[in-house]
Design a protein around this ligand. Structure first.
Ligand code: GAP
Length: 433
C-alpha cells in the first residue's frame, strides 16, 4: 500500500491539497483544497448526493446554517456531553486525549501527566458585537442538528411521509485535542449526513439497510471491499445519543480508521428539541391515524476522509517499458479532469488550432483541459498522475482525415476516432454523473 508521504507530496505537487497558511508556518491540521482538489472533492460530494438524494424518492436535501440558536446545543446534549478526556504533561505542557495514552507517563517526554479532565470540543464564539454570556454560540460540531430542528418545516414543505430522510453536506468544527494523519482528523472538516426518520419498531431493520447501502457506495466508487470492514461500537463507546452504531472502517496506511458511522439515534434528538423549544415535532401518519415521534437512523460520513481514501485506493505504481508510471485509477465520476487534449507538435499552428478548438468544445460539456507543456509521453504521465480518464492527441493525420487518438488511462490503449464524434463518445462513456 502507498505510504502517506507519497500521497501528501502528490497532493501538494499537483494542487489537490495544500497546508493552510503555509507561508506563516501553517496552523495545526488545517488544509486547503487546491485547483484539482476542489474539483475532486466536489465530485465526491456530487456522487454522494446523487446516490442518497437524486436517485431516491424517499430523500430530500437541506443546507442549514452553521451558526444556530445556542439552545440547540444545550438541547442536543453537546454543551454537557460533547467532551473528550484530556490530560496535560506537567513537564513539556503538551496535551493528549486520555484515551490515546497507555500508562500514566507523557508519550513525548516521559513526564508526569495530570489527572484526566473533560474538555468540550465545540468552538465557542459570540454572535453580535457584545461578548457576553447571552451572545455565546458555537460553530456546529455536526450538521445533524440543522436537520433535526428543521424536521417539521422540511416534512411539511416536501410532503414526505415517514419513512423518509433529509441529507445535508456542510462544514463542521471540532476543537480536537489530537489531530493528524493529513486530512483524516482536522478541526474544520466537511460532513455528509443523513437523518432518516422511521416509525419506532422499524428502526433496527432500517439501520441494517443503511449500513449495507453505505458500504456499497464506497465499493461502487472504487474502494476494494477487502480494505473495508464494519465495526459495531461496544456499549461503552456509544455516543450519548446512540442506541447502536456501526462504523465503516478503512484500512489506512497506519491501520483501521473510521470513514463513516451509522447510528440509531432513536427519538433522542427530536424529543430533546420538543422539550427545549416547546414545539411539537411528532409525526401524524394519516394512513394509520397514528401519531409518534420518529426514530432516526443516521449515516454520517466525512467528505475529507472519503476523498482521502478514494485517492489512496486509486494510487497505483506500474512499470511500463522499464519506467515507473504513477496512475490514479479514480472512478470516472470522481476524476477531476475527464479529458486532456494535446497537440503532437506545439510549434505547428495547424495542429495547435485543431487541438485548442477541440478542447474548447469539450469543455462546454466535460471537465477537460488543453496542455502543450511537454512531449506527449510526459503529458500522458502528468495526466495519469491526476487520474485524467482520456488523453486525446491531435497529430498530422488529424489534419488530413479529421481524426484524433484517444488513449485510455487504465489500459493505455489508443483508438482513432473522428474529431466530430469525440464529444458524443466521451459523454456516452461518462454516462449520468
Ligand atoms: N452526527 C454524527 C457525527 O457527527 P461522528 O462519528 O462524530 O458522528 C461523523 O462524525 C463523521 O465525520 C466521521 O465518520 C468522520 O468521517 C467525520 N469526522 C468526524 N470528526 C472529524 C475530524 N475531526 N476530521 C475529519 N473528519 C471527521
Amino acid at each position: 500500500m502507498v505510504d502517506m508521504d507519497t500521497i501528501v507530496s502528490l497532493c501538494k505537487r499537483r494542487g489537490f491539497v495544500f497546508q493552510n497558511s503555509e507561508i506563516y508556518g501553517g496552523i495545526g491540521s488545517t488544509w486547503d483544497y487546491g485547483p484539482l482538489g476542489v474539483e475532486f472533492k466536489n465530485n465526491v460530494k456530487r456522487a454522494w448526493w446523487r446516490s442518497v438524494v437524486l436517485t431516491r424518492d424517499d430523500m430530500v436535501g437541506l443546507d442549514a446554517a452553521i451558526l444556530m440558536h445556542p439552545q440547540v446545543w444545550v438541547a442536543s446534549g453537546h454543551v454537557e456531553s460533547f467532551n473528550d478526556p484530556l490530560v496535560d504533561c506537567k513537564e513539556c505542557k503538551q496535551r493528549f486525549r486520555a484515551d490515546d495514552i497507555e500508562g500514566d507517563r507523557c508519550p513525548a517526554c516521559g513526564g508526569q501527566l495530570t489527572q484526566s479532565r473533560q474538555f468540550n470540543t465545540m468552538f465557542k464564539t459570540f454572535v453580535g458585537p457584545v461578548e457576553d454570556d447571552a451572545a455565546v454560540s458555537w460553530l456546529r460540531p455536526e450538521t445533524a442538528q440543522g436537520i433535526f430542528v428543521d424536521f417539521k418545516n422540511v416534512q411539511m414543505a416536501s410532503r414526505k411521509k415517514v419513512p423518509f430522510g433529509i441529507a445535508q453536506i456542510g462544514k463542521a468544527f471540532r476543537n480536537e485535542i489530537t489531530t493528524g494523519n493529513f486530512t483524516f482528523r482536522t478541526r474544520e472538516f466537511e460532513q455528509m449526513e443523513i437523518e432518516f426518520f422511521v416509525k419506532p419498531g422499524t428502526d433496527e431493520e432500517w439501520h441494517e439497510r443503511w449500513i449495507q447501502d453505505r458500504l456499497n457506495w464506497y465499493v461502487t466508487y472504487g474502494l476494494k471491499r477487502e480494505g473495508l470492514r464494519l465495526r459495531p461500537h461496544s456499549p461503552n463507546e456509544l455516543a450519548f445519543y446512540s442506541k447502536g452504531t456501526t462504523d465503516i472502517e478503512y484500512s489506512f496506511p497506519w491501520g483501521w480508521g473510521e470513514l463513516e458511522g451509522i447510528a440509531n439515534r432513536t427519538d433522542y434528538d427530536l424529543r430533546r428539541h420538543m422539550e427545549y423549544s416547546g414545539k411539537d415535532l411528532s409525526y401524524f401518519d394519516d394512513s394509520t391515524n397514528e401519531e409518534y415521534v420518529p426514530y432516526v437512523i443516521e449515516p454520517s460520513g466525512g467528505v475529507d476522509r472519503a476523498a482521502l481514501v478514494f485517492m489512496i485506493d486509486a494510487y497505483h505504481e506500474e512499470e511500463v517499458r522499464g519506467e515507473k508510471r504513477v496512475v490514479l485509477k479514480l472512478h470516472k465520476d470522481l476524476a477531476p479532469i475527464k479529458a486532456a487534449v494535446f497537440p503532437l507538435k506545439r510549434n505547428e499552428p495547424r495542429i495547435v488550432e485543431v487541438a485548442r478548438k477541440l478542447a474548447a468544445d469539450l469543455r462546454t460539456s466535460i471537465p477537460s483541459e488543453y496542455d502543450d507543456t511537454g512531449s506527449i509521453g510526459k503529458l500522458y504521465r502528468r495526466q495519469d498522475e491526476i487520474g485524467t480518464l482520456w488523453g486525446i492527441t491531435v497529430d498530422f493525420q488529424s489534419l488530413e482525415d479529421q481524426t484524433v487518438t484517444i488513449r485510455d488511462r487504465d489500459t493505455m490503449e489508443q483508438d482513432r476516432v473522428s474529431i466530430d464524434g469525440v464529444k458524443r463518445l466521451l459523454i456516452e462513456k461518462l454516462g449520468a454523473c
